[in-house]
Ligand binder design. Structure first.
Ligand SMILES: [Zn+2]
Length: 403
């Protein structure tokens, strides 16, 4: 009898161990950061989608990530301010440590912090960093560089090559040259990177290299070679323009491997629009990031057991809110060819936010919590009221990487 119960106990233990081991690890991880995308930006955009595309007078239509099963809310204060900037916010998300505003992955005491991208890379995963601003800007920079000032673009861009990460995508270096020193391009190439301008070059060069930088195609007379906004792309109608969704698609193509990968992708210009209280820009940049999340979601559907997608923000900007929204006006104003004949653009004269019934509380960042949407392996860890520094810790835990 004793022997039988011993056998039963052993079997039960083996079964429980097997189920522990069976808990899938996140092998493919996407961290999307909507720069400046608070709860307000998400609500305004969902209301817009219902009113402008759904023809509803009231209601909300989901973005790619608002259908995720897990919702959390992250606090965003920095080491020296209730209201963070993008480099302290980016660093909290990349290293799990709060630092002073305007510094990048360096503590107030001057110690250098290690981004989870390096830990994840050391553990054998491939790593990608993408943004719609220049690749040496605050948020993408926080995932590979360290500097006492986010404005030191040359130094930040110089660190890209040293990272060894397999994929970078987005806007060209902001300030790549310094007299008497190799440029950021030369430093990246010396470290084994291939730089590709535009999708044709990317497709030509991708097979011959294991480390690639994918930039918007260069254009004569365009001061900053970053990724044009959704509305600028609509106006320019330039077939060479790329967007975050395409960068994420190319990133997946380049990074996909049996061991897995981590990709950070920033919808950078939600923040710019919100600083200007520019309602159409806020809406379309949020939609643009949602389209990029959609690409990751398609990947997730192929690998649902071991993919994790987290969508959050570094901070809120502008504090937009729906007062008494009539948001279909925004569509007619921005995309008039999509409206029925005889449509009158009410917003052509006057303040579009006022006419569309949207209020703003500031032209700066706010100190509010930001949303955290999550789906997939380990996503349950992102529920509830958390701090932004919890996010990289929990990503590492989901991936089985020591933090
Ligand atoms: Zn900002």
């Amino acid at each position: 009898m004793k022997k039988i119960s011993y056998i039963v106990l052993t079997l039960l233990m083996m079964l429980s161990m097997a189920s522990c081991n069976a808990k899938p690890k996140a092998k493919y991880v996407f961290l999307f950061i909507g720069d400046g995308m608070g709860f307000g930006a998400v609500s305004v955009t969902e209301t817009y989608l219902a009113q402008a595309d759904g023809g509803m007078e009231q209601g909300m239509a989901p973005l790619a990530f608002t259908g995720f099963p897990v919702l959390g809310a992250a606090s965003t204060f920095s080491a020296n301010s209730q209201v963070t900037d993008s480099s302290a916010g980016g660093t909290a998300l990349s290293t799990g440590t709060k630092i002073n505003n305007h510094t990048m992955a360096i503590t107030p005491e001057g110690d250098t912090l290690t981004s989870i991208t390096y830990k994840i890379h050391d553990a054998g995963f491939k790593v990608g960093v993408a943004a719609t601003v220049c690749i040496d800007h605050a948020t993408p920079g926080s995932f590979y560089a360290h500097n006492e000032s986010r404005s030191n673009y040359y130094e930040i861009g110089s660190e890209l090559g040293q990272s060894g990460f397999e994929f970078f995508g987005g806007g060209d270096f902001n300030n790549p040259n310094r007299e008497g020193e190799p440029s950021c391009y030369e430093k990246a190439e010396a470290a084994g990177y291939t730089i590709a301008y535009g999708r044709e070059e990317f497709d030509q060069k991708k097979a011959e290299t294991d480390k690639i930088v994918f930039f918007q195609k260069r254009e004569e007379g365009r001061a900053m070679n970053d990724i044009p906004t959704y509305l600028a792309r609509h106006d320019r109608n330039n077939p060479d323009d790329i967007c975050l969704a395409e960068i994420v698609e190319k990133g997946i193509e380049f990074l996909d491997n049996d061991k897995g990968f981590f990709m950070m992708a920033e919808g950078s210009k939600i923040d710019y629009a919100a600083h200007s209280n520019a309602l159409p820009g806020l809406i379309y940049e949020t939609i643009d990031m949602s389209n990029a999340v959609e690409v990751a979601l398609e990947f997730y559907k192929k690998h649902p057991k071991n993919t994790l997608i987290v969508v959050t923000a570094d901070h809120e900007t502008g504090g937009p809110a729906c007062r008494n929204p009539r948001l279909s006006i925004v569509k007619g104003h921005c995309l008039p060819e999509q409206m029925p004949e005889g449509y009158v653009d009410e917003a052509a004269e006057g303040d579009i936010s006022d006419i569309a019934g949207i209020g703003w509380i500031t032209g700066n960042h706010t100190g509010d919590r930001v949303p955290v949407f999550a789906i997939g392996a380990g996503s349950e860890m992102f529920a509830g009221c958390i701090d932004n520094t919890d996010i990289p810790r929990r990503i590492c835990k989901a991936m089985g990487v020591e933090f």
